[in-house]
Design a protein around this ligand. Structure first.
Ligand code: BG6
Length: 504
């Protein structure tokens, strides 16, 4: 992974398209602040925000200062904020107008004259339909070519990266005409989470787990990404996306690839991403018949979620009253490869579930022989390793132990590691590492073109099937419950059940 060893990044400028939107104020600016506080931003640094709204540099700074009061992850130190604010600039412009790019170039070159900045990266915090056209315009304006300028040019893309396999391919091709793959940074914010990065360290920096990490010892894997909140004011976006598109080919498949990949030959970006891509390519596609059996969708109806009464998804702002969009998905997948042959991977994600929890649960095989048949022990529990990614990050191993007393009884106990106990907590936005890596040219935590396409290849046939078959039973789970009963049946048919998430 990154050989970025806490050094300041090289002088650079960051141009944010869509700068008046939510991402800039909620994540990007607080993350840049944190990076400066940690001594990782160079002195020669500049930010230029671009969006349609007319604003002066001063107005933009003032707006961000007010936003920081809400979204900073730490108490802000006025000296650090002033340092950052001095480097914030703004330019109103229409993304379709070539003049915007001519003026942008002038501003960027101006930073070069005053602050010695020759490296630029462009952050696409815009709707995906602008990704291709903006890059074309950047190229036309001479802002993507690296040769002869003595500096680097990179472009960061927010998700969603395409909405199905075809559109992802087209987008990759379109970007390929203006940028080289090593200029393209496809962000998946899950990879910015400390605990997600820790999956690799846990697996490959310890000799104890890896020998067990295969079909011989693992019965199955479960991945849960549960959210207690509903879609809030994102109904307009979400209704066109749905839970499958929104969470699975990106965040959840990243978790699968890190959990299931082979040890890379090094922590270089190419080596790590090669192994991740192999996992994604070995996900077995579901035929339509299989998808009907193995992919479950749900939509929340009225209930209580996050301590509040919820009207149901169809009552959310921006959502049609007869919406057929899923807010919950559960699936059973398998990996067609040597290590994981026959090991099901069950995943589930949804809105308005009983709690917020993201975790990966590795269920080990049961003991091969029940020594305890003539005792009170009727059913041997299986050992389970749970990697909790949020909210209380940690790892726990649960296994059977004898309950003290003259009668042989088994209880399930936990060995529990909480991140916080050892390392304290450093509140962050999750974008710090990703922005810093982009400034350092480290693509390990960004998705490569082939990874995005391999992911869509699995998900697209299910999306097509679901689109063709309008769901008749929506809403099919009450807000505040664990999704539709079919999600339990999916595991129940295999003699298994969903585990953990602080409930069981
Ligand atoms: C985003 C999705 O990518 O991830 C949202 O669009 C979802 O719908 C969010 O709520 C979850 O992220 P996190 O970091 O809160 O788990």
């Amino acid at each position: 992974m990154a050989d970025n060893d806490g050094q300041r990044a090289a002088p650079n400028a960051m141009a944010i398209f869509g700068a008046s939107g939510d991402l800039t104020k909620r994540k990007l600016i607080p993350a840049l602040y944190n990076l400066r506080q940690d001594g990782l931003l160079p002195d020669d640094f500049a930010i230029i925000g671009i969006s349609r709204r007319e604003m002066s540099d001063e107005e933009f700074r003032e707006k961000l200062r007010e936003d920081m009061a809400k979204f900073a992850t730490v108490k802000t130190d006025p000296a650090i904020w002033d340092w950052l604010a001095d480097r914030v600039h703004y330019m109103a412009g229409d993304a379709a107008d070539p003049d915007t790019y001519r003026r942008l170039r002038e501003r960027l070159e101006g930073f070069g004259k005053t602050a010695g900045i020759k490296n630029y990266f462009f952050y696409m915090a815009t709707a995906p339909r602008f990704f291709g056209p903006v890059c074309e315009q950047l190229r036309e304006a001479g802002l993507t070519q690296e040769e002869e300028v003595g500096g680097w040019r990179r472009v960061v893309f927010e998700k969603p990266f395409g909405h199905d396999l075809k559109s992802a391919r087209e987008l990759n091709q379109q970007l390929g005409r203006t940028l080289t793959e090593d200029q393209i940074y496809r962000i998946d914010h899950y990879l910015g989470k400390e605990t997600v990065q820790n999956i690799l360290v846990f697996r490959f920096a310890n000799g104890i787990f890896e020998p067990l990490w295969n079909h011989r010892y693992i019965d199955h894997v479960q991945i849960t990404v549960a959210e207690s909140i509903g879609v809030g004011d994102r109904g307009g976006y979400y209704d066109k996306s749905g839970a499958l598109r929104d969470m699975v080919p990106n965040h959840i498949f990243q978790l699968i690839s890190l959990t299931c990949m082979e040890p890379p030959i090094s922590f270089e970006a190419a080596a790590v991403r090669d192994e991740q891509a192999k996992v994604l390519r070995s996900l077995a596609p579901l035929s339509p018949e299989e998808a009907l059996q193995l992919a479950v969708r749900g939509q929340y109806g009225p209930g209580t979620a996050n301590g509040e009464k919820v009207e149901g998804y169809r009552g959310e702002p921006g959502v049609p009253r007869d919406s057929g969009t899923e807010t919950f998905v559960a699936m059973k997948l398998t990996l067609d490869n040597w290590r994981w042959a026959g090991v099901p991977i069950y995943l589930r994600t949804g809105k308005c579930l009983p709690l917020r929890a993201t975790e990966i649960s590795i269920q080990f095989n049961k003991a091969p022989f029940t020594l305890f048949r003539k005792t009170e022990v009727s059913r041997l529990p299986s050992s389970r390793l749970v990697i909790r990614l949020q909210p209380d990050e940690g790892i726990s191993l649960s296994f059977g132990a004898k309950v003290p007393g003259p009668i042989l009884k088994l209880g399930q106990v936990d060995m529990n590691f909480q991140y916080e106990d050892y390392f304290g907590t450093t509140p962050s936005t999750g974008y710090e590492r990703l922005l810093y890596d982009c400034m350092c040219g480290d693509q390990t935590l960004f998705q490569r073109a082939d990874m995005t396409e391999a992911s869509w290849k699995i998900v697209t046939p299910i999306l097509d099937l679901w689109e063709a078959l309008t769901p008749r039973n929506f809403p099919n789970y009450a807000a505040g419950t664990w999704g539709p009963k079919e999600a339990d049946e999916l595991l129940g048919r295999d003699g298994r059940e969903w585990a953990g998430c602080g409930e069981c």
